[in-house]
Design a protein around this ligand. Sequence first.
Ligand code: DAK
Length: 258
Amino acid sequence: MEYQTIGISREGPVAVLTLNRPEALNAMNSAMARDLRQSLESLSKDDSVRCLVITGSGKGFCAGADIREMAGLSSTEVARAGSLLSIWETVGKYPKPIVAALSGFALGGGLELAMCCDIIIAAQGTKLGQPEINIGIIPGGGGTQRLTRAVGRYKAMEMILTGSTITAEEAASAGLVSRVVPAAQHLQEAMKVAQTIASKAPMAVRLAKQAVSSAEDGTLSDGLRHEKQLFLLLFSSKDKDEGMKAFLEKRPPVFTGE
Ligand code: DAK
């Protein structure tokens, strides 16, 4: 299927979604949110897709929600803007792993989108921030919660209350990005990580993502209980038999997803 605001390509088991409104620094408007949501839904049903990469075309990842579109909206209209409202939730709850490949700008809703992904690779020179305060609003796509969990209260408060940006290197040392790579190599590096993930046992990948995600949701004891259940579940998978057998036989495993 063709979308107007995003591009989709495949490299074997990895699907790449490219935010594609470079004339507006890939600002997320409702058409893009709808395209992204529909493409994510259809990729979630395709078993041959094991991992996704989200990146941006042109000068950067995403400069946030589209201010031109939001400027005239009332709170009731924003609350009714279905796709825009749910895109961060859709990505945040996505069952397959998603790697965000950042360059240029990851601001506002763009940074919130990256924080909904599982791994964030940023090119040197990327600027990250929650500048909503500069236009009289606050983060609404999860930024106050996810940023605080990622970097702690004090760094998050500084970013959100001042609206100032931080560099990719500062973000990496604060734990906000997984890794900083040389300029223009973000997509290539994200693809390498995604291909590595895609080569692992699919059910183990899926449950590992679930288990790590639950560390953010509840108490430590709930999380440990959940991890134990998922861990035991994998002992009834064929891929566990294959993975361990392959190790003992000193050969690469052949995973089937069962
Ligand atoms: N929206 C619309 N257009 C944008 C844009 C944005 N967020 N960011 C950039 N553009 C457009 C610019 O207007 C300009 O278009 P033309 O004037 O050429 O037509 C073009 O992209 C290039 O931008 P600049 O000329 O400004 O480029 P510079 O390199 O000088 O500056 C910049 C780059 C990223 C520093 C600057 O463009 C900038 O400050 N942009 C705004 C960043 C921002 O404030 N982002 C936060 C937006 S608020 C929701 C959940 C979440 C949200 C909303 C709803 N719900 C649950 C409903 C999220 C809200 C936000 O993200």
